[in-house]
Write a protein that binds this ligand. Structure first.
Ligand code: 0A1
Ligand code: ZN
Length: 880
């Protein structure tokens, strides 16, 4: 266990490694009572380090050291030293071979870092610093080595033995054991190392690359999941083709393997040639996975595959550069998803996540730049800022350069840095060099935390037909960063005339082409743009496609929003206008008395959406989603959660009542016919029909109840079955709800991924997820403390998606969460630290909430032997 006091690590202290590792030879002896790891490192002093005397220092964590030998001779214990968990060997030559034998206990590893066991199989997770839990090593991404790995285990219990690269040797050993040796020809940092040993079935497929090489695709799963692999394998082939076509990137090894494991801290991991996935992010069948799950699986399979270039071939110099691989790869996977489905829908989904959760992070005590300057525990920095905002930053470069120059830039980046460990700055430099553009001010996006606020005002001069738009940018202070500089922001816009048409945009003194959409480049604190020849006062469509991760403040009237909702040629902004209208209407009811009138034009606007069959149904499905409670809270100063919850519920009740007939009609129109398919239109149809059902059951409509029960019983896919279940659960039909929940569990109790959804539907519903019921769920036989998915689907869903219960006035939800965090801190600190998140923004909430949240944080702070992970989050949250 980690014993040292948490320390802060700074980017400014980066030094090149003193020693490099050219080759690693590993031998794993796997047993039930533990594993012995023999490691032979070919080490040499790094000529760039300028340190010709320094001792060799290797990272270790929770290791039992059995022996150390230098160039074949055993070192006596006095010749090396354990400082903390580090192995220090002074007086070593400039080049030598070090043999280290360690003993570890994967079967007792509940942190799920390093080598551990999941449902009886051995597997690994080494990013960010898990390799040091396997053997002593310079565990940092700028040390890249060639790995050879021999795995030995019982042949019956572990017939499948996998590691990175190609299998080069295999055979039998004594005592019913066998071995396989793997060799990875590509030098890699140790965080990309992987090992799997288990009784798994293999699903095979193949892919022929653009240059005609045949790649073996293999997926390994537990036998009960054999029928849930096809979708991931297809998604993999689509990803491989797409990366060749869009980025010119071909796969490099002869084998690509995917393994599914049930116990995993995150979604998946891009280990070289051997991706390991959380089962819930890779296994799917029509009967068990929802449309959302299918989409997520396609995106994550693509994400991990794309890492082979953006992450593995070109990796990070240090963990401060994490967004170099993550931001870029999220951008790549979102381009891919957009190309595979509906671009507008994908953009809406990405922006919803960004504005709800990343903006919240940016406004809270854990706010950090896309390239952080310091951290205590790197696991805490796998954040929405690194991933999602990082992707937005890359997207802005794409917008500024255009697709063609961006591709030139990425080609240059991959060519220049192949086989290297580099920085975000190297990425931007490649983009500059390829395009001739100056991105020096743009680099502030990597350095400054916080969400820029753009205050927009405008003025129309009838006589001269000019329209002036003034944009002021301001970036809020964040922990450790005050008084920020203006950033370089691409701001896409259009102007609509009174018939809803886009007007030609003629920028005063701007030259350039006259188009109906322009990307303005903001660089100053305040800038005015003048448009000439504007025939009438326009309605501005601002920040089209959400061209930058910023908040736009403009005094739209409700008329203007409704106008944009039905006319904007940018689908994203149509949706956004609808969201703003709904936010405004709900906001006007927060704290208002029950008599307060609800804006009647909101229901009219939704009716129009529902009735116009000529509209893109995928967009309509998105527009019918009311802003979430989490988003409403994010937008509110000093939010009173209960009043926001009630206001939103009131609007939902009002809309469902007003639109009852239309909703029933929509439900009928989109009733399932024909075979199940995943095209955007089919997905939209199911989404619309399930939204209609949910709204109608919200008002306890008995006709809708019958429809829901029939849909629940007859559905041929999980989207419809779960949609019906969720609608029933959220209704007041107590008996029907219980029946459906029982029937669902009976049918799917053998499938952990479905049981997780069953937990989550209950834990996130106000009707089935009060604290008492949550505690009850945690005593259910299917709930497992050691399984992160189960913890997320009950405790995570309660605290993150059942806000009215979590923010109960007596503070019981907060105390409960604190209790669970303390309990988990001993077994799995990464998961524990992530669970703290809903408490961190206590200062934002109305005092009645904030004070109790603060107490819950203090309760965690006072736990003895707090992990570094939880320590960092709690102390930063409580810091004055
Ligand atoms: N690199 C992976 C994410 C990941 C990070 C850390 C992990 O364990 C602590 C696991 C996975 C990705 O971006 O998919
Ligand atoms: Zn990633």
């Amino acid at each position: 266990m980690r014993t040292s006091q948490p320390q802060t690590i700074f980017l400014k202290d980066y030094r090149v490694p003193t020693f490099l590792v050219d080759h690693v030879d590993l031998r794993f002896e796997l047993f039930e009572e533990g594993a012995r790891v023999h490691s032979v490192l070919s080490l040499r002093r790094n000529p760039d380090s300028g340190d010709s005397q320094g001792a060799l220092e290797l990272d270790g964590d929770s290791l039992k050291l059995e022996s150390v030998a230098l160039d074949g001779s055993d070192l006596a214990p006095g010749k090396y030293d354990h400082r903390g968990e580090t192995l220090v060997i002074p007086g070593v030559p400039d080049a030598f071979e070090l043999t280290v034998v360690t003993w570890i206990e994967p079967q007792n590893n509940t942190r799920l870092e390093g080598l551990y066991k999941s449902s009886g199989m051995f597997c690994t997770q080494c990013e960010a610093e898990g390799f040091r839990c396997i053997t002593y090593f310079p565990d940092r991404p700028d040390v890249m080595a060639r790995f050879r790995t021999r795995i030995e285990a019982d042949r019956n219990a572990y017939p499948v033995l996998l590691s990175n690269g190609n299998d080069v040797d295999r055979g039998d050993l004594d005592d019913g054991r066998h071995f396989v040796t793997w060799e990875d020809p590509f030098p890699k940092p140790c965080y990309l190392f992987a090992l799997v040993a288990g009784d798994l079935v293999e699903k095979r497929d193949s892919f022929t690359t653009v240059s005609g090489r045949d790649i073996d695709l293999r997926m390994y799963v537990e036998p009960r999941n054999a029928e849930k692999c096809d979708y991931a394998l297809d998604a993999l082939k689509r990803s491989m083709r797409w990366d060749e076509e869009v980025y010119g990137r071909e796969y490099d090894l002869d084998i690509f393997m995917i393994v599914a494991v049930d116990d995993f801290n995150m979604g998946a991991m891009e280990n070289k040639g051997l991706n390991i996935f959380n089962s819930s992010c890779v296994l799917a069948s029509q009967d068990t996975a929802t449309d959302l799950a299918f989409q997520r699986i396609e995106a994550i399979v693509a994400h991990e595959y794309f890492h082979n270039w953006s992450g593995n071939r070109v990796t990070c110099r240090d963990w401060f550069q994490l967004s170099l691989k993550e931001g870029f790869t999220v951008f790549r996977d979102s381009q891919f998803s957009s190309d595979m489905g509906s671009p507008t829908v994908k953009r809406i989904e990405d922006v919803t996540l960004l504005r709800t959760a990343q903006f919240a992070e940016d406004g809270g005590p854990m706010a950090h730049p896309v390239r952080p300057a310091s951290y205590m525990e790197i696991s805490n920095f796998y954040t929405l800022t690194i991933y999602e905002k990082g992707a937005e930053v890359v997207r802005m470069i794409h917008t500024l350069l255009g697709a063609e120059l961006f591709r030139k830039g990425s080609d240059l980046y991959f060519q220049r840095h192949d086989g290297q460990a580099v920085t975000t700055d190297d990425f931007v430099t490649a983009m500059e060099d390829a395009s001739g553009r100056d991105l020096s001010q743009f680099r502030l996006w990597y350095e400054q935390a916080g969400t820029p606020v753009l205050n927009v005002s405008d003025q129309y001069d009838e006589a001269s037909k000019t329209y002036r738009l003034t944009i002021e940018q301001r970036i809020p202070d964040t922990p450790g960063q005050q008084g920020k500089k203006p950033q370089h922001i691409p701001f896409a816009l259009g102007l609509l005339d009174s018939s809803g048409q886009d007007m030609p945009l003629e920028l005063a003194g701007g030259g350039g082409e006259i188009t109906t959409e322009k990307v303005l480049e903001l660089t100053g604190a305040s800038q005015t743009f003048e448009f000439n020849g504007v025939a009438e006062r326009p309605v501005p469509s601002l920040l089209r496609h959400f061209s930058a991760p910023v908040r736009v403040v403009y005094p739209w009237t409700r008329e203007q929003l409704m106008f944009l909702m039905s006319h904007d040629s940018d689908g994203f902004n149509r949706w956004d206008a609808g969201q703003r209208l709904a936010v405004d209407v709900i906001g006007s009811l927060v704290g208002a008395d029950e008599q307060a009138v609800i804006e009647p034009r909101l229901a009219q606007a939704y009716r129009q959406l529902l009735c116009d069959e000529s509209l893109d149904q995928a967009l309509v499905a998105k527009m019918m989603q009311l802003p979430s409670e989490a988003y409403l809270i994010e937008l509110t100063d000093s939010p009173d959660v209960q009043t926001i919850h009630r206001a939103r519920e009131r609007v939902l009740t009002h809309l469902a009542t007003e639109l009852r007939e239309d909703l029933l009609e929509v439900y009928r129109r989109h009733s399932a016919e024909g075979a199940y398919g995943l095209s955007p239109t089919e997905v939209a149809g199911r989404s619309l029909r399930n939204t209609a059902l949910a709204w109608l059951l919200h008002i306890n409509d008995s006709q809708a109840r019958d429809l829901a029960q029939a849909q629940f019983a007859d559905a041929d896919n999980m989207t419809d079955r779960l949609g019906a279940l969720r609608a029933l659960v959220n209704s007041g039909f107590v008996q029907e709800r219980e029946q459906a929940l029982d029937a669902f569990y009976q049918q799917f109790s053998g499938d952990p991924q479905v049981v997780e959804q069953w937990f989550s539907v209950q834990a996130s519903s106000p009707t089935t997820g009060d604290l008492e019921q949550i505690r009850q769920l945690m005593t259910h036989p299917a709930f497992e403390w050691k399984n992160p998915n189960k913890v997320r689907s009950v405790i995570g869903a309660f605290a993150g998606a059942n806000l009215a219960s979590f923010h109960a006035a007596d503070g019981s939800g907060y105390r409960f969460l604190a209790e669970q965090v303390c309990r988990l801190d001993d077994s799995n600190p990464q998961i524990a630290a992530r669970l703290v998140s809903p408490l961190t923004r206590w200062r934002k909430f109305a005092p009645a909430y904030g004070e109790q949240m603060q107490k819950a944080l203090e309760q965690i702070r006072d736990k003895k032997g707090l992990s570094r992970d939880v320590y960092e989050v709690v102390h930063k949250s409580l810091a004055p």
